[in-house]
Design a protein around this ligand. Structure first.
Ligand SMILES: Nc1ncnc2c1ncn2[C@@H]1O[C@H](COP(=O)(O)OP(=O)(O)OP(=O)(O)O)[C@@H](O)[C@H]1O
Ligand SMILES: [Mg+2]
Length: 246
């Protein structure tokens, strides 16, 4: 069976940086799976997610989405934008657009949906993240947690097959983390396929079908369920978990 996402031997070296940010990384994600990636700062987690939606071009390797190589020069990036949603640590909303316009932009420009219909779709999704009353506000008029809910809603509006989350709660005040985690948990329950970089161990424990530990651009350990948290095998995984639990 073809995996939803298959990454083969990915290598990324940035200029001015001798050590590769990604060093022969291979991962498979099946439809409906929630895969959590943990690892120290600089271990390549963001680079990996950025390669998957082509914000960063890897030097070597393959990324197959439903068997199609998204790195192929002939691959239509618009198809990728529809199928893969990304939620960023720093929200990355369009500050000059209202909340509703942040959601409708991709629907009209990428999916070619007429604005009336796009607005209806967007309003439904805003309801879901409990932000329908903020549709006409600008991002700067929202709390961090609300902005990140818009970030999630914007990605969901495209009905993606895969959602990428890059530390979606780490820019938030502690009291705002819960509202984002609860949306992510509900997506996981609905079997949204998710690849999540997070330090929220509670989310990983509850939702992960698999947890991956990255160190210096490599996958050091990968375990089903929450085994990596309860029974880590590699000394570096153990060390990392001890550090973040302190
Ligand atoms: N645009 C860039 N140009 C040059 N080097 C970069 C760039 N982005 C990342 N790097 C380097 O690549 C390595 C991996 O960075 P990356 O951001 O992927 O790590 P990370 O695991 O997401 O870290 P964090 O937990 O701090 O977000 C680091 O050494 C970083 O300095
Ligand atoms: Mg990062």
């Amino acid at each position: 069976m073809t995996s939803l996402l298959e990454i083969k031997n990915l290598v990324k070296t940035y200029s001015k940086q001798p050590e590769p940010a990604l060093d022969d990384v291979s991962i498979k994600v099946e439809k409906g799976e929630v895969v959590v990636i943990i690892g120290a700062s600089g271990s390549g987690k963001s680079t990996l997610l950025r390669c998957i939606n082509r914000l960063v071009e890897p030097n070597e390797g393959e990324i197959l989405l439903e068997g199609e190589n998204i790195l192929d020069p002939t691959y239509n990036v618009n198809v990728l934008r529809q199928n893969v949603g990304m939620v960023f640590q720093s929200f990355n909303l369009f500050s000059h657009l209202t909340v509703i316009k942040n959601l409708t932009l991709g629907l009209t420009k990428v999916k070619g949906i007429p604005i009336d219909e796009a607005t209806n779709v967007a309003m439904d999704i805003l309801e879901r993240v409990d932000l329908a009353d903020k549709a006409d506000n600008y991002p700067a008029e929202l709390s961090g947690g609300q902005q990140q809910r818009v970030g999630i809603a914007r990605a969901l509006a495209m009905s993606p097959k895969l959602m990428l989350f890059d530390e979606p709660t780490s820019a938030l005040d502690p009291e705002l983390v819960g509202e984002i985690i609860s949306i992510m948990l509900s997506l996981a329950k609905e079997h949204m396929t998710m690849l999540v970089v997070t330090h929220e161990i509670g989310f990983a424990r509850e939702a992960a079908d698999r947890i991956i530990y990255m160190d210096k651009g490599k996958i050091i350990e990968e375990q089903p369920g929450n085994k990596l948290l309860t029974d880590p095998q590699h000394p570096r995984t153990k060390q990392f978990l001890q550090r973040i639990r302190k």
